[in-house]
Design a protein around this ligand. Sequence first.
Ligand SMILES: [Zn+2]
Ligand SMILES: [Zn+2]
Length: 241
Amino acid sequence: MATAILLSALAMSVIVGVRYLLASGGFALATRVRKPGLYRGLGRQIGREIGWSLASALIYGIPAGVVAWGWQARGWTRIYSDMRDFPLWYWPLSVLLYLLAHDAWFYWTHRWMHRPRPFRIAHAVHHASRPPTAWAAMSFHPWEALTGAVVIPALVFLIPVHVAALGMVLTIMTVMGVSNHMGWEMFPHWMVRGPLGRWLITASHHQRHHEHYACNYGLYFRFWDRLCGTDRGLGSFRETA
Ligand SMILES: [Zn+2]
Ligand SMILES: [Zn+2]
């Protein structure tokens, strides 16, 4: 049993690591095409971002692997694979519930990690990227990685989710995690600066967090930042040469 759990954790770590390399690599390539020269001179920083991110992948794999094993071998979790188990309308609702729950957890732990001591111990690594790149998506100190790694594995015990809806949540998480750090905005101006952008977080919003630190703590939605008075609007990007 212990070997099976260990193998499951290891497999998950590899999957998360490969997913990171593909997603960050893909967006770094897009950056090279769309904004040539944007990452010029950041080679050493990118090396550190990749190192921390792969260490984070290892940590993310552990709770995910244990829960995946329990799901398969012991029938743990509220993940379902038969679409008929819940009404069809619940599918998109479950995706939204996961994003809202993750966003709330992220906002409050992130805000806490900006207090001086937790910042020094856990969060300074993430902010060492100045400016962040597409490779910084998982550039966290192991303590911070641990706070992120437990969220989805805990939620699958609480909120029923179809296996494909879970895949959707993980895809959104990956794409937004990478694109929010890549140093340019990929979403259209009308969306980012329009009514939708008042509630959704994209690169322009998270960029300002990396510029000014004590604001814009959210992950997907601006809801908590607005409610708590920590929203300072959208940031600006460094120009390409
Ligand atoms: Zn960040
Ligand atoms: Zn921060």
